[in-house]
Ligand binder design. Sequence first.
Ligand SMILES: O=P(O)(O)OC[C@H]1O[C@@H](O)[C@H](O)[C@@H](O)[C@@H]1O
Length: 699
Amino acid sequence: MGKSEAEMSSKSDKISSSAEEQTNIHLLNPDWASIQAYYGSGVPLLAPHFNSAVPGSHFPYPYVWAPSQPLIPPYGVPYTAIYSHEGVHAHPAVPLVATPLSKKAPSRSSVDMDQGVRKKFKRLDGLAVPVGNVSTEDDAGGSVYEVSQSVKHGIDGSTDGSDGNTGAFLPQRNSGSEGILSTDNDGNFHRFAGSLSEGEAYAASHKVSVNSVAPTNVAGKSVRPLNRNEEIHAACVASSTSAGSPFEVCQQDERQLKRERRKQANRESAKKSRLRKQAENEELRMRYETLNEENKALKFEISKLTEHLDKVRLENTALREKLKNKQQLELQGEMAPYKIEADLILPDSPEEVYKLNDSNSLNQNVQMECGIQENPNSETKLHQTVPYTETWLHLPLIIPQSGGHRVAAEVVKASDGIDQVVLQNGRGASARVSLHGGQVLSWKTHWGEELLFTSSKAIFKPPVAVRGGIPICFPQFGSHGTLEQHGFASNKIWIIDDNPPLLPPNDSNGKAYVDLLLKPTENDLKFWPHSFEFRLRVSLNVDGHLTLISRIRNVDGKPFSFSIAFHTYFSISDISEVRIEGLETLHYLDNLLQKERFTDQGNTLTFESEVDQVYVNSPDIVAVFDHENKRTFFIKKQGLPDVVVWNPWDKKAKALVDFGDDEYKQMLCVDGAAIEKPITLRPGEEWTGRLEISVIPST
Ligand SMILES: O=P(O)(O)OC[C@H]1O[C@@H](O)[C@H](O)[C@@H](O)[C@@H]1O
């Protein structure tokens, strides 16, 4: 070829020369009749003067304006008959698609077209590259570019993601010396050595493009690899060229290829999205677990802190009490006669108490002198519900107490002839326990305020359990078994246990207490054939806290199971004004709905209608807030996992013979209990449960 790159560059500069200058344009030398014969009448005939001898400035390029029939020979061999040896040729595989341009301006000359394309190239960031079959004739004639639609199409495609390095490799047909031309960004053309047939040249050129192998002799800028559209196009061209299939087939293949690529891309994108969602899910799950753990830890911490707060509050109450008493004593200018030194060893058992009593030479009169008597006001109220004879029968427990207070437990006979034990903590707080059912009937603060509810219609006649106080449901709670409602323990007459097995010193020290015992009679064994010993200690401590310790022993030769509840009737201001805390989010069995299991919604428990629920696995402390009465009850328990909450509301209240119609407003039962999982004892085994109830003033 012998043309230097510089020469080629200078030729390219002449692209803008007028059509008149470009006399060396060599267009297709068609055997147009045969083309028409082959492709049909849609292919317009070339103008007769459209040959090398006649300037064709005003004549359309046949391949530009032709209808969309392909010029590709159907059997793969390039249709060489339509090429002249020199000149610019359309790629045989390129469709001669009618473009809007072609339709609108069919009369535009080839030069106009070239210029138009060139302008278009120039818009590509100044890196316009004339692309096409190039005939490099001579310097005088300049370079002539014949830009085929396919090339234009290729360029259009390349501008999709234009990086400014628009370029292409195109075959050159020039004077029999075959090679491949490429262009750089300056519009310089580069020829690649090689002697290829037209078909090979195309295929080779496109392969080069497809494989993105840049030629090494491209001056200045590297040649951009083809983009996807170009690739598809190139593949299509290559396949149609080699296979010689019709262009429609090629177009179909191209569409198919695109479809496949799109499908593949969609699949990949769906897979990525799946993976991303999986990762997100996993992350969320881990976050949930972490938060759950944190939540548990926080709940645990809260319960510990609440417990601690309770203790501190109670200590505070006790300290204030002490201070008040001390101030009173100082005002009186006297000390109590039985002030005990700090190293006093308090008794742990009734025997020790009796010894202590003896050694102190205490007697009934002395107690009375010391002022250990019922508050006359509170007595009045007690008399209303439980008439009894004010007779001191015996003195099971009199303990001198530090600070001038003495605790006492006295047995009195009520008018129904049944003994009651009156406990006093020496500061005015008291409790009364009936041997009928071992039932606590009264619990008062040191200022004489009754804390337990007893119905004005209560029946004090065994075997009926008294409606109020703290009946003990044993060995069955409610109707959860074959026995009568709440078992039989609350109907029986208990005895004072003079010789109970020892309890830890803390359960005795500084407390007024009584030990009671229930054993089944021959008759009881007919209904519940299990020998047992039920020991109950009821104690009142210095702060007025009431504690019930139950010990149930299997003295039978076979195991037995039981449920138990301390059915505590709290006296409240108004059921609509109180709330319970500590049962939030727990599961409960609803006795009003066939003991169906529910989960508390997480709110504090307030009351608007009848309630009869067994909260299972409750925390050790539950609180009942009564703002109107300015007090809060604390229910502290051990060995009693469940809590029963009961209020009959108006209808059921009316149906109960031993209950006043409106009394449901002034009571709320909150029981420490073991119901859901009955306790099983093997022969000789003993179970212990503790319930401590306390009250603190609230603002
Ligand atoms: O009328 P009784 O036997 O004292 O029982 C009162 C209520 O006591 C509750 O503890 C029970 O859950 C209720 O079902 C029952 O109605």
